[in-house]
Design a protein around this ligand. Structure first.
Ligand SMILES: [Zn+2]
Length: 181
């Protein structure tokens, strides 16, 4: 992988989303936020997430999609069930993944974070390929940005968000990052 000045990774599939803006002047990327998403909920492998992040979701295609009308969100990265990585927003940009959030007393986590979505849900385990891709991506991003912490969406928006959920293997992920697995 390589990374350009705007934070687009080469060797990673790119589906550009318009759902981002500029980080505040001087903002550093200090936090990774781990999420899960599936569209429709608990269904994997379809185009729903990419369409949602690019404002192309057919809201008539599934009853759940109705409530997503007008919702403009994104994440920098999505890791699919097969470990495939898609980048939607350049890391230099402020993706709209965290919403109302707070980390160690600092609000507006989008300002200083990178969002990584895992295709999944709160109800099933993630795949080994996803963990492998996540560890590789995390290590890579840590080389270029002063990332000090990794949090779940539920950690920065408690009571409002539950992802990445109880199946996310924090211990295994952190051990892998530390080279212990
Ligand atoms: Zn989330």
């Amino acid at each position: 992988m390589k990374i350009n000045i705007n934070g687009w990774l080469s060797g990673v599939r790119r589906i550009a989303s318009a759902n981002y803006d500029l980080r505040p002047a001087g903002a550093k990327i200090e936090l990774l936020v781990i999420h899960n998403i599936s569209l429709p909920p608990d269904q994997f492998g379809g185009p729903g997430i990419a369409k949602f992040f690019t404002n192309q979701l057919d809201h008539a295609a599934h009853p759940y999609f109705e409530q997503l009308k007008g919702v403009k969100v994104s994440s920098h990265f999505l890791i699919r069930r097969d470990g495939g990585v898609i980048q939607f927003v350049p890391c230099r940009g402020r993706a709209w993944h965290a919403g109302v959030s707070s980390w160690q007393g600092r609000t507006r986590c989008n300002d200083f974070s990178i969002g990584i979505e895992l295709e999944g849900s709160d109800f099933v385990p993630f795949t080994e390929r996803q963990y492998a891709a996540l560890v590789r991506l995390t290590r890579y991003l840590q080389r270029f940005y002063p990332i000090r912490n990794i949090a779940g969406h539920s950690d920065i928006a408690p009571g409002r968000k539950t992802d990445p959920g109880p199946y996310f293997d924090w211990a295994g992920y952190r051990a892998a990052l530390a080279g212990q697995r």
